[in-house]
Design a protein around this ligand. Sequence first.
Ligand code: UT7
Length: 326
Amino acid sequence: MKYTYIAGTGSYVPDEIISNFALEKMIDTSDEWIRTRTGIVERHIARKDEATSDLAVKAAQSALEDAGLEANDLDLIITATVTPDMLFPSTGCMVQKKIDARKAAAFDISAACSGFLYALEVGDQLIKSGQYQNILILGADTLSKITDWTDRNTCILFGDGAGAVILRTREKEQGVLCSHLYSDGAMSEMLQVPAGGSLRPASEETVQNRLHYITMKGNEIFKTAIKAMTEAIEQAASSVGIPIDNIDFFIFHQANTRIINAVAQRLSIPENKIPLTIQKYGNTSTASMPITLDELNKNGKVHQGDIVCFAAFGGGLTWASSLVRW
Ligand code: UT7
């Protein structure tokens, strides 16, 4: 029997920081509103010439170093992103070129903020099948590039970043215990970028109507996210027979501390089991969970044998949960 374990983690956020106070000067908002409604204090924003793959490369290099591997040891790169460098080739191929991972195949996964867990599940199954040994999983996004900086409903939320994990194979029972993925395309209009694809290709009209930016029904997503993530965590715990109380850490997609607190309250999860990075980085989409995991790992807080639960929610709509024994 083969098992998939996380052999290394890495993350990267760009240098430029935009604080809530800076946003007060750009739109009709306040630091107080943003902090109390979302938990966000500041976010990091990529430079104009910095693409998603540039952030992903830095996270990948850090994860490779943590795992004690070279880029040439990789046989697969799976990148979860909704802000690829371009429509094609994939951002994974851009990363492969930049880190010189000559033996690796590469492709992208589009599942919005749940993308990291979708990529983790695909990587886990490909390792368990015996087909691949060393897989780089990336969650990387530059949402600032598709954010309408005049829309106070969305622009206060997002930040840029990348997170990475290296998946490896071993015979000992350790690593990914289960993943559960869910989608409901009937609610796709709740969170989307309406133009720029084959349905509405870029035109003068789509640009004038600001259709290349994120639109979101925040309030409806808020309620759906709480219910969906609560149920996904319950499903994960019951599928492997681990009581929720026995889980050591809960790494949530960092979209809103009020969403995280509501799920925690429903499942009686104590605060000290929930690492948060949203205050520093905002909602970094696919990157938020691997960034949070990397900080937990590099700060020496997660120990061998600990059970880590992941839960995410995002556009699609998509949601997911995973359990990992460290
Ligand atoms: O990552 C993927 C999934 N995305 C999410 O999970 C996001 C989920 N949604 C949320 O996190 C929250 O719905 C938001 C943070 C986006 C909004 O918080 P809310 O408590 O749902 O606020 P609201 O949309 O109900 O708006 C409340 C009020 C409104 O004013 P009125 O109509 O009550 O007068 C808004 O116009 O707050 C106003 N408002 C703002 N005020 C100051 C909205 N945005 C702002 C702002 N600054 N930036």
